[in-house]
Design a protein around this ligand. Structure first.
Ligand SMILES: *Cc1c(COP(=O)(O)O)cnc(C)c1O
Length: 378
């Protein structure tokens, strides 16, 4: 089936008891056995739940892979995957990853003797210098948050394959509609379903996806063992959100482009970060690797922190809030909000200055969004 048809139908079927077209919320911790050693597919919700299974089958269909496991948050997805590694292992990770990811990677580096090399993966030729006999994986996040830098997934996964390393891709920013990492050589994909997949800012969730019998088993074992699984009601909400993923992403992208072009032409804006603009250094890669450019736009203001604060306080539609990917537009300040946990030194190294403002462009009328930014910038 096409991607769009799968967003509506994959993983879900009319309920066997009453024919409910929407997957019921099986809010039950345990399931009655028919006889000793005989149950109807589910025994205990940490190990499996019918509502969660519907979401997992939907996600696996959308990422075109063999296995998806729904977990409590995006960070739970990342923490689960990191349990694949052991003391002495080394991981190469993109240096401008999500702040929470950077914090977790640094923590395991300190606590568990797993060495993390944070490097820019934008120049694949520079990766090999960091690979040694202890290296196990490359952690890719593209586009990056908040600077919208891109990593050539196919080029990096090819290097990983040559050296027998796992390639792990955080695909949160674009959703499976706009980017399909497995088709570019990824072994594992993680999502914060909190963002575009759910899309309605009413749940936190995550997912780990894999595409080989061996990894599928390992990930399922880890989620059941660690207890990072998602709750039935949360799964139901994400499943509901996924049904409108395609029309939402189209609107997000149309609005983001209009906003990016407006900002690009505005005299008080020094720089706009949006892969859909021809001025973006990796615009060609974006066109090749992605189906679209997504709904996130960042920009650097021409001015100091006082001007930045003025803009952050002045928007009326764009709400001052962290997170992204919901239908409503948000504005935030990476240095003190989403990327505060990264630390000032790490932010400086990757170029997240104190005057960068990040927008999650929602699906309101674009004329209203532009007018709101215009008055805030004036
Ligand atoms: C939000 C986010 C996460 C973390 O997800 P939570 O659901 O907040 O735990 C991880 N990676 C990226 C790219 C994100 O945007």
């Amino acid at each position: 089936m096409s991607f769009q048809t799968d967003t509506i139908h994959a993983g879900v079927a009319p309920d066997k008891a009453y024919g409910a077209i929407m997957t019921p919320i099986y809010q039950s911790s345990t399931f009655v056995f028919e006889d000793i050693g005989k149950h109807r597919g589910f025994d205990y919700t940490r190990s499996g739940n019918p509502t969660r299974k519907a979401l997992e089958d939907s996600l696996a269909a959308l990422e075109r892979c063999s296995c998806a496991v729904a977990v409590t948050t995006g960070m739970a997805a990342i923490a689960t995957v990191l349990h694949l590694f052991k003391a002495g292992d080394e991981i190469i990770a993109t240096d401008d990853c999500y702040g929470g990811t950077a914090r977790l990677l640094k923590t395991i580096n300190q606590h568990f003797d797993i060495k993390i090399h944070f490097i820019s993966l934008r120049e694949p030729s520079e990766i090999e210098a960091y690979i040694n006999e202890k290296t196990r994986a490359i952690w890719i996040e593209t586009p990056s948050n908040p600077l919208l830098n891109l990593i050539d997934i196919a080029a990096v996964t090819a290097i990983a394959k040559q050296h027998g390393l796992l390639s792990i891709v955080d695909n949160t920013f674009l959703s499976p509609y706009l980017q399909q990492p497995f088709s570019l050589g990824a072994d594992i994909v993680v999502h914060s379903t909190t963002k575009y997949l759910n899309g309605h800012s009413d749940v936190v969730g995550g997912a780990v996806l894999s595409n080989s019998p061996e990894l599928d088993e390992k990930v399922k074992f880890l989620v059941n063992t660690l207890g990072t699984c998602a709750q039935p009601f949360d799964c139901w909400l994400v499943l509901r959100g996924i049904k409108t993923l395609v029309p939402r992403m189209k609107e997000h992208e149309r609005n983001a482009r209009i906003v990016a072009e407006f900002l690009h032409a505005h005299p008080r804006v020094k720089r706009v970060f949006y892969p859909g603009l021809e001025s973006h250094a990796q615009h060609e890669l974006a066109k090749r690797q992605q189906r679209g450019f997504g709904g996130m736009v960042s920009f650097e203001l021409d001015g100091g922190i006082a001007e930045v604060e003025h803009v952050l306080r002045s928007t009326k539609i764009f709400a001052l809030a962290e997170s992204l990917g919901g239908v409503e537009s948000l504005i935030e300040h990476p240095a003190t909000m989403s990327h505060a946990s990264m630390g000032a030194e790490h932010r400086q190294e990757v170029g997240i200055t104190d005057t960068v403002i990040r927008l999650s462009v929602g699906i309101e009328d674009p004329e209203d969004l532009v007018a709101d930014l215009n008055q805030a910038l004036s």
